[in-house]
Design a protein. Structure first.
Length: 460
């Protein structure tokens, strides 16, 4: 909002080259809003604006820029400007940036950093991709259990300025193993000469540096923390993960799941930054697979060609039948996928889910089946068909088929996420189009099987 209000005024000042006025105007503007302004400017102008910012604020602004805009600026930064930005970024922010940039810019970044920061980045890059180790920051404050509260505060005042958060202070032993974490208010309320071990409860929650980043999202949400410590396989404190970092991860994971559920491969970048050729590549594979899957539907219909010829009116209700099953399956799949991702359901809960979805599928199918029988019967009468046994049986065929199709859609949509997880795939790949295609084939078989059973000797 602020960015849009400043844009006309900023354009005018840029044309007049009133750089001092621009510097003063941007001093109190939040970093995220300045980033929005820079996104709309040409790179050579954005670089000039960037130089007007203080070093620490410039680094904050850079973290909010899109990867494409950040790459453009990196290419034309002076060596000193690049060094100022890179050395003021948090370690996890440097790693995230390097993962998105081409090799030449990554090397340029490394060459601009201090030796200590280079060592930090290389250590973080040594952890597996998508692991907590890549996400954590090494800027935190730790104290020893045999220190007094007074000495701890001296340490916090000395090293706290570079810490990403001071809400929680971590306690380590002589081997740097994590043994507790203390909220800052616990230290504030304690007497100055109190030993840290006297206010410890020796309980804490920690992440492993090798955990998946989704585990960090789950743990921070579960324990309602602003930060969690990260330990290595030996229990040694190696970093912390903060809530602002995991919010980005949660957004990326949600976006990826939504794209997978739409029946396409997840995009590597934002939509606006993805080339059309890559967009086509990400989507065409699933479209071909779903297209070939629909050939099974055609094959199933071809098997009932004689039935269709004898009772052509049945063809009118095919879209209604298969879409009802697809909708039911998509609902069930979405509910189960989300429940699995939020840990509401475990893999061992599949039997309980099977029972619940069997009952709910029967109820949903029965309601739609009853409604379908009544509606189709009245519709046939309104279009001028005489009320006969054949008409009643045809309406009953649609209603009965709806029960079977909706039940199958519910069962397949709820069980496929468990099956995919068991096979090692992301449950989100049991997408709505995938479930719908499966239900289309079985819907046709169920529909015409019911038709043959009810209408043989009457219409067929």
């Amino acid at each position: 909002m602020i960015a849009h209000l400043l844009k006309p005024e900023l354009d005018e000042l840029i044309q007049k080259k009133e750089w001092i006025t621009i510097k003063d105007a941007l001093e109190d503007v939040p970093a995220v809003d300045i980033a929005e302004l820079l996104e709309e400017l040409e790179p050579h102008v954005a670089v000039v604006i960037f130089r007007l910012l203080k070093k620490s604020k410039a680094a904050d602004v850079f973290t909010y820029l899109s990867s494409s805009k950040g790459g453009e600026l990196l290419e034309i930064f002076s060596r000193q400007q690049l060094s100022d930005v890179m050395n003021n970024l948090e370690p996890d922010e440097r790693v995230a940036l390097m993962e998105e940039l081409p090799g030449d810019l990554t090397q340029k970044m490394l060459n601009s950093m201090d030796p200590d920061n280079i060592a930090q980045v290389r250590r973080l890059l040594g952890y597996p991709a998508e692991s907590v180790g890549r996400l954590m920051t090494t800027n935190y404050v730790r104290i020893k259990k045999d220190w007094t509260v007074s000495r701890s505060f001296e340490h916090i005042r000395k090293f706290g300025r570079s810490a990403e958060t001071l809400n929680v202070i971590y306690v380590v032993d002589e081997d740097e193993k994590l043994i507790d974490d203390l909220r800052l208010n616990q230290l504030i309320l304690a007497e100055p000469d109190t030993k840290i071990m006297d206010i410890m409860d020796n309980t804490f929650e920690a992440l492993s540096a090798f955990d998946d980043q989704e585990e960090a999202v789950r743990m921070l949400s579960k324990y309602d923390r602003v930060a969690l410590p990260v330990v290595d396989s030996g229990g040694i404190l190696v970093g912390i993960v903060t809530v602002d970092d995991v919010l980005d991860v949660a957004e990326e994971e949600t976006t990826e799941d939504m794209q997978l559920m739409a029946g396409m491969s997840a995009l590597d970048r934002n939509y606006s930054e993805t080339p059309i050729t890559q967009m086509v590549t990400k989507r065409i594979g699933w479209l071909i697979l779903l297209f070939l899957g629909q050939m099974f539907t055609v094959t199933a219909m071809a098997g009932y060609e004689d039935t269709l010829a004898a009772a052509a009116i049945l063809a009118l209700f095919i879209p209604m039948i298969i879409s009802s099953g697809g909708n039911s399956g998509s609902q069930a799949a979405t509910l189960i996928i989300r429940s699995i991702s939020t840990d509401d359901l475990k893999m061992s809960d599949w039997k309980r889910v099977l029972g619940r979805e069997l009952v709910s599928g029967l109820l949903l199918g029965s309601i739609l089946g009853f409604l379908g029988t009544i509606v189709i019967g009245f519709w046939m009468i309104l279009r001028g068909d005489p009320f006969t046994l054949a008409l009643g049986l045809q309406a009953l065929t649609v209603g009965t088929s709806l029960i079977g199709v909706v039940l199958f859609g519910n069962m397949s949509g709820s069980m496929l996420p468990f099956i995919m997880s068991k096979l090692g795939f992301d449950p989100a790949v049991t997408s709505a189009p995938f479930v719908a295609t499966l239900v289309d084939v079985t819907g046709i078989i169920i529909y015409f099987s019911v038709a043959v059973f009810l209408l043989t000797g009457v219409v067929l």
